[in-house]
Design a binder for this molecule. Structure first.
Ligand code: SF4
Ligand code: ZN
Length: 328
């Protein structure tokens, strides 16, 4: 029987991750936290996921119950790597109390932890304290701060996403993380709203070039249409189409570093998709590539013969942004 002090997190699953030219077992946990303090990005529905606690103590107890559930369900010895997400930022003390951050560091001491956070919460104090509990000397870099940078272009991040921080903020967080002895994983969002397919490809291509040599890991998220978001409104009006999987392949093929990619909703209308016939093989291939880093696989996938490739090329060539009037 599950006791009352155990609470299932929003999600928790085992998988494999590429790390240091090898493959490791990884446990991914999505904690139900106090919720994102920003909560304004146009494409994000996670911001609706929040536990409304009356006090910091109640929130910490709620989170501790989830950690206890994880311990009751999994043998942690099997996982050298733990990925932690919340519905916002793990290092935001208003969302995840410092006492619980410490509990997590102690629970996963000696492992590699990848924890997601906005850059403003990556401070010398927070990262230093977390690392001092987590690090037992097993790994040279026990912590990676995962930051949803989305793009290195400030205008696109502000206008198309409404992310609320700048590339300079991100770079400052990278410096703080590196100085403290942590690594950085950058997430890029491929094709936010208001961009044509070609503009989106150009944006992600230049973001990848900018990031080369500055962070330890890069992951690309092809945009999906989540429920109860501003993006969903545009999509329902026919003003937004998620990216083509062909575009994802072309970006992975030319990237200056290994880029991981899990095309959520791949092949579905709300997710990155082609025509419906070639989607399954390409989505699976992209997931395999994330683990294997085999560029030849990406090359082979780009050679798949499907009539929708002509459509994609036509869209890249002919799609134009529709202009808003500058004056009234
Ligand atoms: S994308 Fe991240 S920062 Fe933006 S609203 Fe969602 S959880 Fe908050
Ligand atoms: Zn096709």
């Amino acid at each position: 029987m599950i006791s009352e002090s155990l609470k299932k997190p929003l999600a928790c699953w085992r998988g494999k991750e590429r790390y240091d030219d090898g493959i490791v077992e990884c446990l991914t946990i999505i904690f139900e936290s106090g919720g994102c303090s920003w909560a304004r990005c146009r494409m994000c529905s996670y911001r609706h996921e929040r536990y409304r606690a009356q006090s910091c103590e109640e929130l910490a107890a709620h989170l501790n119950a989830q950690l206890a559930w994880v311990r009751s369900q999994f043998n942690l010895d099997e996982f050298p790597m733990i990925k932690i997400f919340t519905s916002g930022s793990f290092f935001d003390p208003a969302e995840v109390p410092l006492t619980f951050q410490k509990e997590v560091a102690l629970a996963f001491r000696g492992k590699i932890v990848i924890a997601e956070s906005r850059p403003e919460y990556i401070t010398p104090d927070t990262i230093g304290h977390f690392l001092s509990e987590l690090n037992d000397g097993t790994h040279a870099t026990p912590l990676y701060c995962a930051i949803g940078l989305e793009t290195t272009n400030d205008i696109i991040r502000e206008k198309c996403i409404n992310k609320g921080f700048t590339y300079a903020d991100f770079k400052q967080a990278v410096t703080v993380a590196h100085t403290a002895g942590a690594g950085v994983k950058a997430y890029l969002l491929f094709k936010p709203p208001f961009l044509t397919e070609a503009e989106a490809v150009t944006d992600t291509r230049s973001s990848l070039a900018d990031l080369a040599g500055t962070v330890e890991m890069v992951s690309m998220n092809p945009c999906t249409v989540q429920r109860r978001t501003e993006l969903e409104l545009y999509w329902k009006q026919g003003d937004y189409r998620p990216p083509y999987l062909w575009s994802v392949l072309s970006l992975l093929k030319d990237a200056p570093m290994h880029v991981t990619c899990d095309p959520l909703g791949g092949g579905q209308q709300r997710g990155p998709h082609n025509c419906g016939k070639c989607d399954y093989d390409i989505t699976k291939g992209i997931r395999d590539y994330s683990i294997s880093a085999d560029r030849d696989l990406i090359g082979a996938l780009l050679e798949i013969v499907c009539t929708c490739k002509n459509e994609w090329e036509y869209v890249l060539d002919r799609e134009r942004p529709y202009c808003m009037p500058l004056t009234r």
